[in-house]
Design a protein around this ligand. Structure first.
Ligand SMILES: Cc1ncc(COP(=O)(O)O)c(C=O)c1O
Length: 381
């Protein structure tokens, strides 16, 4: 039997595949994986068809279609008042997960250390390890899942090469404020630490809050890869389209890898998103999701779950179930799927050591009827 090397420490299928599989097997309502179950903006479908018909069917340029990179630069100017150079700072990627892996591969060498805040999106640690580097997990402080900056100061060593941060945060829905960014700037100022800022949920912030992007922080921006996903902003996760914004020297290093891995990204989808962004009529996903979050929180009152804080951003809401069960969260989530027909994600899956605070994550990016059917089942608990 030929033995192949294990490239990272994560074993088995990802929790998202496991819970979605279990949901299908038991005919459960799937509030586990983070994807919308409602149609995309009609205009996007029209532009996709148009792209195919107009002949956008061959390889796009390696960094991405110029019209899409320009549309992104205009969008950032309009929404954040920041200047981004479409030629030297933006690279289109087949989804944000790929962009995170490519940026980490551009940064890391064997033996390097990377600070990761947990609970963390599940690709970060495997991606670090696939590069021979070591993840240094730091737990966020419940119930608000804020960063303990003294812990960060204490964990930085001569080997610290990068820090990965994610705001708005999956799975907790917490968002960083300007003071967080300024504290981080003080900490990294005299180091060569690179930041990887995962901002895939940047459009999804609620209650009048604003997303503060690393691109708005003139000092930190110089040492950062900022990562985005069209899937999260336009409800089309299956298109697997994203982009990376980074200073020219970082973008060069990123593209040196990208040209030999994916090389180029789905051309008609790039055309469609470019037209959609430039149209000025792209629907505002934030309002849709905020209405869904409010509706879901209202409905959840009919169930025995406890909410410690409404999600400030992302399309996830975490909840505890102490009055229902004392099972561990994985066992609880499996039981809930099999016996009560609602699939969720156990938050322990976002910790390298499966730390269990007995919290589960609901995705509320669903049709009203899906949310109502789920609550009907959960209210019988
Ligand atoms: C925090 C975070 N980063 C990145 C991604 C990946 O986005 P994409 O589907 O564009 O690869 C996700 C998707 O769930 C996510 O939650």
């Amino acid at each position: 039997m030929i033995q192949l090397p294990l490239k990272h420490s994560s074993t088995g299928a990802s929790i998202f595949a496991v819970m979605s599989g279990l949901a299908t097997q038991h005919g459960a309502i799937n509030l586990s994986q983070g994807f919308p179950d409602f149609p995309i903006d009609e205009q996007l479908s029209t532009f996709l068809e148009e792209g195919v018909r107009l002949g956008y069917n061959q390889y796009a340029p390696m960094p991405g279609l110029p019209m899409l990179r320009q549309a992104i630069a205009d969008d950032f100017k309009r929404r954040y008042n920041v200047d981004v150079d479409p030629d030297n700072e933006i690279t289109i990627s087949p989804g944000a997960t790929y962009a995170i892996y490519t940026a980490l591969t551009a940064i890391l060498q064997p033996g390097d250390e990377v600070i990761v805040f947990e609970p963390a999106y599940d690709s970060y640690i495997p991606n670090i390890e696939m590069n021979g580097a070591k993840a240094i997990p730091i737990s966020l402080t419940a119930p608000h899942f804020s960063v303990d900056w003294n812990k960060v100061r204490a964990m930085i060593t001569a080997k610290t090469k990068a820090i990965i941060l994610n705001t708005p945060h999956n799975p907790t829905g917490a968002i960083w404020n300007k003071a967080d960014w300024d504290t981080l700037a003080d900490i990294v100022r005299d180091t060569d630490i690179v930041l990887l800022s995962d901002e895939v949920y940047e459009q999804l912030v609620f209650d009048g809050a604003v997303h503060y992007s690393v691109l708005q922080h003139s000092e930190l921006r110089q040492r950062s890869f900022a990562i985005y996903s069209f899937g999260k902003a336009h409800n089309n996760t299956g298109w697997k389209m994203g982009y990376c914004i980074a200073p020219p020297s970082f973008t060069l290093a990123y593209r040196r890898l990208h040209q030999f891995t994916s090389f180029s990204v789905n051309t008609p989808a790039q055309y469609a998103i470019a037209r959609h962004l430039a149209s000025g009529t792209a629907s505002v996903v934030r309002d849709i999701m905020e209405r869904k979050r409010n509706h879901f929180l209202q409905l959840l009152k009919q169930t025995p779950f406890t909410i410690h804080k409404p999600a400030q951003g992302s399309y996830f809401q975490i909840a505890t179930y102490e009055s229902i069960s004392d099972k561990g969260d994985l066992e609880f989530a499996q039981w809930l799927t099999k016996e009560h027909g609602v699939a969720t994600i156990p938050v322990s899956a976002f910790y390298h050591n499966r730390h269990d605070d007995k919290i589960i994550r609901f995705c509320f990016a669903k049709k009203e009827e899906t949310l109502e059917q789920a609550i009907e089942k959960l209210s019988r608990l």
